[in-house]
Design a protein around this ligand. Structure first.
Ligand code: NAP
Length: 340
C-alpha cells in the first residue's frame, strides 16, 4: 500500500503555465541569477513535497558527479578536487536543498560520494533527507560486479551506506534493479531492515509498473527513481502518471544528461529547448529541469553537477515557470526525440 504523501500549498509553486514568454523573460533572468543585484534563488522556490514523513524542496541534488570529473562509474575516472566537491555540497544546502541522492557505488579511485557528503554536511540538519540506493555493486577496482540479490548482501550494502554516511539509520533506500525479474524477495529483505529501524522509507529505481504493484504488496513505496526527461519513452510517462495518482514521488535521473547518461550532458539539444532557453535568457539545463518539474507536483529533481555555478543554475530552475505555449513547444521535443 502506498503512503499517501501530502501535497502542500507550495506544491503548486512550479505549476503555473500561463506566464507569457515576454514577461517570463524577466522572471527567468532573475531565476537564473543573471542580474548582478539579484540574490541567488533558494530551492524553496521550487515548492515542496512530503517525502515519507519529511517536507523536501522539489529541487534536490544528486551526488554521482562529485567523485570524479568526466564520465561517472568508470574504473579509472579522474578524481575531482576534494575541496570543489565539498563546496558544491555545502552550497547546495546553503541554497535550501534538503533532498540529496547518493549511493555507496558512487566512487572514483580516491573519492567516495558518501564520504564527501559526510565530510561536508555532518552533523546533518534535521530537515535533510539523504536518499541512497542498493542493488548495484562495484568491486574495489571500480568494475561492476554482480548485483546484490540476497538479504545478506542487501544488508551489507545498507550497512556500508550507514558507515560511510555516519548515520544510524538511512532516510530513504531505493532498491535499484535491472531487468524485469520480480522484486518481492529483495524488497522484502529491505522491508525487514526497515522494521529493524535501519531504514525509514523505501523506494524503487529503474522499474516497470508491475514492480511497483509487487513491492506495494510488501511495504509502502515512497518514491520511484527512473530515467526521465525531455525525449523519454511513453512508458516512463506512464509510470510518472501512475506515481502521481498514488501520491508517490517520481524522481527522475538523467533529466539533463538524457541520452548522454553517465557520460554527462551533451551540447546537442532539440531546437525547441534551445529556442526557449535563448528567449528566456536561461540555460538549456534549466529548461530541461523546469520541464520535469512541470510534469506534476510529485516530481522531484535531483540534478547532478560538480560545478558550483551549474548548481546555482539548477536551483534557480526551480523558479522558472514555463508558459502553456512553451510547454506545448517542449511537448514536441519530448515526443519527437525518444531517448530510451
Ligand atoms: N537510480 C539510478 O539508477 C541513477 C542513475 C544515474 C543517476 N542517478 C542519480 O541522479 C542524479 C542525476 O543524474 P546525473 O547527475 O547523471 O545527470 P543529470 O543531472 O541529468 O546531468 C548531469 C550532467 O549535466 C551537467 N550539468 C548539470 N547541471 C548543468 C548546468 N546547469 N549546465 C550545464 N550542464 C550541467 C553535468 O556536468 P557538470 O558536472 O559539468 O555540471 C553532468 O554532465 C545523479 O547525480 C544520481 O544521484 C540515479
Amino acid at each position: 500500500m502506498a503512503i499517501m504523501t501530502g501535497m502542500t500549498s507550495e506544491n503548486t509553486a512550479n505549476t503555473t503555465m500561463t506566464t507569457p514568454v515576454h514577461t517570463a523573460r524577466t522572471a527567468a533572468g532573475t531565476a537564473a541569477g543573471n542580474t548582478a543585484a539579484t540574490a541567488p534563488v533558494d530551492a524553496a522556490a521550487s515548492g515542496t513535497w512530503t517525502l515519507g514523513d519529511r517536507a523536501v524542496h522539489r529541487i534536490g541534488f544528486g551526488t554521482m558527479r562529485l567523485p570524479q570529473t568526466g564520465p561517472a562509474l568508470t574504473p579509472h575516472a579522474v578524481p575531482r578536487d576534494r575541496e570543489q566537491a565539498l563546496r558544491v555540497l555545502r552550497r547546495a544546502v546553503e541554497l535550501g536543498v534538503n533532498h540529496i541522492d547518493t549511493a555507496a557505488f558512487y566512487f572514483s579511485p580516491l573519492r567516495s560520494a558518501n564520504e564527501l557528503v559526510n565530510r561536508a554536511l555532518a552533523p546533518y540538519g534535521d530537515d535533510l533527507v539523504i536518499a541512497t540506493k542498493v542493488g548495484p555493486a562495484r568491486g574495489p577496482d571500480g568494475h561492476w560486479t554482480e548485483h546484490a540479490r540476497t538479504p545478506e548482501r542487501l544488508r551489507a550494502q545498507v550497512e556500508q551506506n550507514l558507515r560511510e554516511l555516519g548515520r544510524d539509520h538511512l532516510d530513504l533506500v531505493n532498491l535499484r534493479i535491472v531487468g524485469t525479474d520480480p522484486v518481492a524477495e529483495r524488497f522484502g529483505a529491505l522491508a525487514e531492515l526497515r522494521q529493524a529501524g535501519l531504514i525509514r522509507h523505501l523506494g524503487l529505481s529503474n522499474i516497470r509498473p508491475h514492480h511497483l504493484a509487487e513491492a506495494q504488496a510488501i511495504a509502502p513505496v515512497t518514491c520511484v527513481q527512473n530515467p526521465y526527461g525531455i525525449g523519454s519513452s511513453p512508458a516512463q510517462d506512464e509510470l510518472l502518471r501512475l506515481c502521481g495518482e498514488q501520491g508517490i514521488a517520481f524522481v527522475p535521473f538523467y533529466a539533463i544528461a538524457g541520452a548522454g547518461r553517465e557520460g554527462g550532458a551533451s551540447t546537442a539539444e532539440p531546437p525547441q529547448v534551445r529556442i526557449i532557453a535563448e528567449a528566456r535568457g536561461v540555460s538549456t539545463a534549466q529548461v530541461r529541469l523546469a520541464w520535469t518539474l512541470h510534469r506534476g507536483p510529485h516530481v522531484l529533481a535531483i540534478p547532478g553537477t560538480g560545478d558550483v555555478a551549474h548548481l546555482e543554475d539548477n536551483v534557480a530552475a526551480g523558479a522558472l515557470q514555463l508558459s502553456a505555449q512553451e510547454l506545448a513547444l517542449l511537448e514536441e521535443a519530448h515526443t519527437d526525440t525518444p531517448a530510451d
